[in-house]
Design a protein around this ligand. Sequence first.
Ligand code: MRU
Length: 372
Amino acid sequence: MTKPDPAELPATLYGVRWEGGLEDGHLVLLDQTRLPKDLVYLQVRDIEILRKAICDLAVRGAPAIGIAGAYGIVIHLVPLAKTATGKTAESLEQAHAHAHERLVSSRPTAVNLRWALERMRDCFQRHSDHLTPLEMCARLLMEAKRIHREDLELCRRIAENGAALLPISGGIYTHCNTGALATGGVGTALGCLVEAHNRGKKIQVFSGETRPLLQGARLTALELQHAKVPVTLCCDSAAASLMARGKIQAVIVGADRICANGDTANKIGTYSVAVLAKFHGIPFYVAAPYSTFDLALADGSLIHIEERHADEVRRSQGVQLAPHDVPVANPAFDVTPAALITAIVTERGVIEHPTRERIATLMAGGASEPAV
Ligand code: MRU
């Protein structure tokens, strides 16, 4: 365990990594609950441990939990494949279904987790009658690595498209954490900020601390300092005043699920920032890859919003802040209506003033998954 001074963090930050080969390999997660104080890596070889890491937010951020879930299928099936008696991978079908179910139910709002697990299931179904159990695991590991590499490329393209959109100077407000820790690459909204800075734009990022779990304070502030992007941390409740005083020229956030009409679920508090931006005439941007779109959902009223434990609000970092038994509302996400979103930045391009038609056109006609 090390103390992560930003200057001493590894040059490339990552939240999820596969280490080793197929039979001796395992998943490595940077325990994000311990940041910024401690740099602790979890060595994960068991699906229930992975489920707990996802539920506890040791690994978090929509794309990152999708990638971790994909590797999770592999860590569950490899030990069974080594001793499987059946000739084909069909003998692993029940175990695969079990792993899929345990992982997909761990966090319900971010659609990337379901998307990645469905890709793994499609891969399994395509090959289960002609590959041996171990060959199937090798094929699944290849698919998980492809999902991981693909996300790196998606982030890169989103960062380019978003950086072009951001003002050449001024204050940019962001919420929660959407960086390397939350994805397989440089991040979504945070990637746009880093890219804008690297292109010479004179931006000053304001990071809302993101109560109750403080992803903005603990993770975004750390990542932006690490990338040498000027960042100022503020309480979530300071956003209105900062906007009223002319300190914010744009807002950019990530997403956990974007519906067919553009309604967007993201970390609780995003909706209030969007309302504030509208009131102050400030552009409000959402940055996300195609894997965050759920075109089967007509609008945001249909999104399942995860409700988390009351103690996350009553307590913070082990300190009691409220009566131990006071009732608490703790929705982990909220839905920003499409009408409040100036543009959605994707790897395929920018959807200005998103509508059902514009989203359908970009998602159907745009480039498909990047070749990786
Ligand atoms: O509960 P979390 O920390 O997983 O919530 C994360 C967010 O809301 C992010 O904004 C979103 O997943 C996009 S990450 C690129």
